[in-house]
Write a protein that binds this ligand. Structure first.
Ligand SMILES: [Zn+2]
Length: 395
């Protein structure tokens, strides 16, 4: 085992972020935890997820950096075996380039976004996370939709300008004098990654050589976060995949509505308004229809019960309200069938509808409740049983 205080794993991705395959010597290997003298695998660091890939013909499940040493955690996938390695052996490694390049695109896009946001609006990037799905960036100041759009436009201009990135290692004094973001009280050498004209930032990750490789950047979400804002970004292939998905959904919706993509929103608004008007019309008709039934009930003493297969609760309640003005006894509307059971509303003018409700509960296990003037519930019994109960209870 080499001494961690004097030796650390050489980071191939510092000198060549495009290195995919490499050969390295084993420093230690224990329980699938492989440390090499050098590696092209970027570990989980600075909010970015680690590289994936293969080492000694075995899948790498995770990569972490501890005290300067990069640990590769091997986990054989189907058809693979845990390699038999000892100190000094040479191994070949290959990183998952598609995954890495996407990370380089997302990460470099984030640099441009944060740098331009800083230049235009003076906000500081105070949080960064790069997952396999998206990038989130936290800023200490809120940004309006217009501001976000302007930053996004400037980033895409920077991408089109195809600016070449620059990496410099500044020693303590140089770092003190230089202008860059993420300036911490660092005593050791600082790795500063620049996209001249747009951004300079202390960073440990691999970046694209030229901004054109980012392809495009899209802000997909922005939410208030503490005193500032959390912005979600997509770059390159991920942004294109989102565009493909949304375009497909919109095109299909437009075809379904027999309109253009531009016409979808107006059409949906119109349909929603029409639907609301139709629902209101149906409600009014249901109330009217129930009132006709109530009108057919003879006024005076005694109880009254009306059965309906299906009617909205609003119309049923209205019917009970009108019915209690005509009849002095219990007035009920039962909605349903003998097979499915009934929803019900029962009212009593100047009396207690809960008495009949309690009877429905004890006889048929009904569920429900309410005030003395009106109760509401559901019950599994037949219409004949309900009618018999209304006769039996009297007024
Ligand atoms: Zn970076």
């Amino acid at each position: 085992m080499l001494d961690a205080s004097t030796v650390a794993t050489k980071k191939i991705y510092y000198d060549d972020p495009y290195a995919v395959t490499f050969v390295a010597r084993v420093v230690s290997f224990e329980d699938g935890d492989l440390v090499l003298d050098q590696t092209a695998f970027f570990p989980e660091e600075g909010g970015q997820n680690p590289d994936r890939g293969i080492l000694a013909d075995c899948s790498v499940a995770d990569v972490k950096i501890k005290k300067g040493f990069i640990h590769h955690y091997l986990k054989p996938s189907e058809g693979e075996a845990m390699p038999d390695l000892k100190e000094g052996d040479l191994v070949t490694g290959t990183i998952d380039w598609d995954h890495r390049f996407s990370n380089m695109q997302q990460h470099s896009g984030e640099h441009l976004f944060s740098g331009i946001a800083h230049t235009l609006y003076g906000c500081e990037n105070v949080g960064f996370h790069l997952s396999d799905k998206e990038v989130t960036v936290d800023f200490d100041r809120f940004l309006t939709d217009e501001e976000l759009l302007l930053i996004e436009q400037r980033v895409n201009e920077a991408i089109a300008h195809n600016v070449e990135s620059r990496v410099e290692i500044l020693n303590g004094r140089e770092a003190e004098e230089a202008e860059y973001r993420s300036k911490l009280a660092l005593t050791k050498d600082v790795r500063v990654v620049s996209f001249p004209g747009y951004d300079a930032c202390a960073c440990c990750a691999p970046h694209v050589k030229r901004t054109g490789e980012i392809g495009l950047l899209k802000v997909v979400r922005a939410i208030k976060w503490r005193t500032g804002i959390r912005v979600t970004l997509l770059c390159g292939g991920r942004a294109m995949a989102l565009f493909d998905r949304d375009h497909e959904i919109l095109t299909r919706t437009a075809q379904y509505l027999t309109t253009s993509v531009e016409g979808v929103y107006g059409q949906v608004v119109k349909m929603k308004e029409e639907l609301a008007a139709l629902k209101a019309q149906l409600r009014a008709q249901a109330i009217l229809s129930m009132r006709r039934k109530v009108a057919a009930v003879e006024s005076g003493g005694g109880n009254a019960v009306i059965f309906e297969t299906e009617v909205e609760t609003e119309a049923a309640r209205d019917a009970v309200n009108v019915l209690v003005e005509k009849k002095s006894g219990y007035c009920g509307v039962f909605i349903g069938t003998d097979g499915t059971g009934y929803r019900y509303i029962i009212g009593k003018r100047g009396g207690d509808a809960r008495v009949l409700n309690n009877l429905l509960k004890t006889r048929f296990g009904a569920r429900g409740g309410g005030q003395a003037a009106m109760v509401q519930g559901s019950v599994s019994c037949t219409g004949d049983e309900v009618r018999a109960l209304f006769e039996e209870i009297g007024e």
